[in-house]
Design a protein around this ligand. Structure first.
Ligand code: ATP
Ligand code: MG
Length: 425
């Protein structure tokens, strides 16, 4: 006896019954990105480990304990990408795309993090990533938020998410703040958990990002970064909020929002929901100008975000009317050798005439009854029926599968007109 091999923990199959909702969401996402003039970039899933260490930061959850890192056959250390920003920037630097240019880019695909799998947290998950380069903002920062807001609306989940906004200022401003933060937490050492005690030495801002409920009180009373921001950072932040105010986008300023990655500066934001338990952040992003130099580029500007697709889909599944696309519109039933021969030709003609129509042909024969059963399972609207009688009369019978309407017989020409009309194809 051999055991069946199963998928890796935290890495999921998307089954055919689930893909229509994915495709629906992906279709809308592409439309919205196109409406703002964004271009797709396609990037490798594996990069040199060094890229992530240098960009994400050595003392982050991702680099410390979540990366899938391995030596390839040459002995080079490679890593399955845990996020897309580093690879996207690496590609743009490598191909000279950042020299006196402006870019609005998106990518879509799997990311890998060795986390404890739970609802909304997986080891392979899909992100939509959007990155813009060469724009100092605040208009582009606001544009990203408007784009995301439009996405929520189009996907029907706008009233399920709220926007949280903060500014992390510049590196110098954060350094100042860091000192007061350390001073503050030093007074409450006994209230800090193990992770936070470690971060107090390495990356104290990350303590604010803790998910430990026992630490919420001490974190709540910590000094606020906003008070340490200089004029330029404050102006930038104010300009974003005034664009959002103008355009009627509501937001909450969350001064504890620091994000998990080291490379942010000025703007950071998250869209959160209360409908998915503790994995409530569906989309997160911000400005990361400094990362460009960190990866060897000339001083430049960058702002972007990433959206967790599994969390978005889970949110869409809470909708009362879940939008689902049919995979089959019409199902062709055929019985008899003659009918099968004519049927295949008819199906090809229909596909020529109405390219958008989803027509599935019964394969493998069977009685009318069993073929009708299969037709019904596909969720098709109509069955087309070809038997000896229809063939001899040069007709096709049409039966509505979802409505109680009488079956009718149509000539091939009338059938095509009828289907065109029904599916507005
Ligand atoms: P979290 O705080 O939930 O761990 P993060 O700060 O690590 O998130 P980012 O690196 O900013 O997340 O990734 C952006 C988005 O990608 C998240 O808001 C979330 O929607 C999604 N995401 C991140 N990690 C996972 C995961 N392990 N499984 C599913 N989705 C994820
Ligand atoms: Mg995380």
């Amino acid at each position: 006896m051999t055991n069946n091999i199963q998928a890796i923990r935290g890495m999921h199959d998307v089954l055919p019954e689930q893909t229509p909702l994915w495709q629906y969401a992906e279709g809308i996402i592409k439309e919205v990105l196109a409406a703002y003039g964004y271009s797709e970039i396609r990037l490798p899933i594996v990069e040199k480990t060094e890229l992530f260490k240098r960009s994400i930061g050595e003392v982050t959850d991702i680099v410390e304990k979540e990366m899938y890192t391995f030596d390839d056959r040459n002995g080079d250390s490679l890593t399955l990408r845990p996020e897309g920003t580093a690879g996207c920037l690496r590609a743009c630097l490598e191909h000279g795309l950042l020299h006196n240019q402006v870019h609005r880019l998106w990518y879509y695909g799997p990311m890998y993090r060795h986390e404890r799998p739970q609802k909304g947290r997986y080891r392979q998950f899909i992100q939509l990533g959007v990155e813009t380069y060469g724009m100092a903002g605040p208009d582009i920062d606001a544009e990203l938020i408007l784009l995301i807001d439009r996405l929520w609306k189009r996907l029907g989940v706008r009233d399920k998410v709220t926007l949280q906004l903060n500014s992390l200022g510049t590196i110098a401003e954060r350094l100042d703040y860091r000192n007061s933060l350390v001073e503050y937490f030093q007074k409450y050492l006994e209230q800090l958990d193990e992770d936070s005690l470690r971060r107090l030495q390495t990356n104290p801002l990350r303590i604010l990002d803790t998910k430990n409920p026992a630490m919420q009180e001490v974190v709540k009373n910590a000094p606020e970064l906003m008070a340490y921001l200089g004029e330029d950072s404050l102006q930038h932040f104010k300009a974003i909020t005034s664009i959002l105010d103008d355009l009627g986008i509501t937001y909450a300023i969350n001064t504890r929002l620091v994000r998990g990655l080291d490379y942010y500066s000025k703007t950071v934001f998250e869209w959160v929901t209360t409908e998915l338990g503790s994995q409530g952040t569906v989309c997160a992003g911000g400005r990361y100008d400094g990362l460009i130099e960190q990866l060897g580029g000339k001083p430049n500007h960058a702002v972007g975000f990433a959206m967790g697709m599994e969390r978005l889909l889970a949110l869409m599944e809470t909708l009362e009317n879940i939008p689902v696309a049919r995979t089959v519109d019409v199902y062709l039933i055929m019985a008899g050798e003659q009918a099968e021969r004519i049927g295949l030709r008819l199906a090809e003609t229909i596909r020529n005439e109405i390219p958008g129509l989803k027509l599935q042909v019964n394969c493998g024969g069977g009685s009318f009854k069993s073929q009708f059963k299969k037709a019904d399972k596909t969720a098709a609207e109509f069955a087309l029926i070809l038997g000896d009688d229809e063939v001899s009369r040069g007709e096709v019978a049409v039966k509505a599968l979802r409505d109680d309407l009488p079956q009718k017989a149509l000539s091939q020409t009338d059938l095509i007109t009828f289907l065109r009309d029904q599916f507005k194809a």
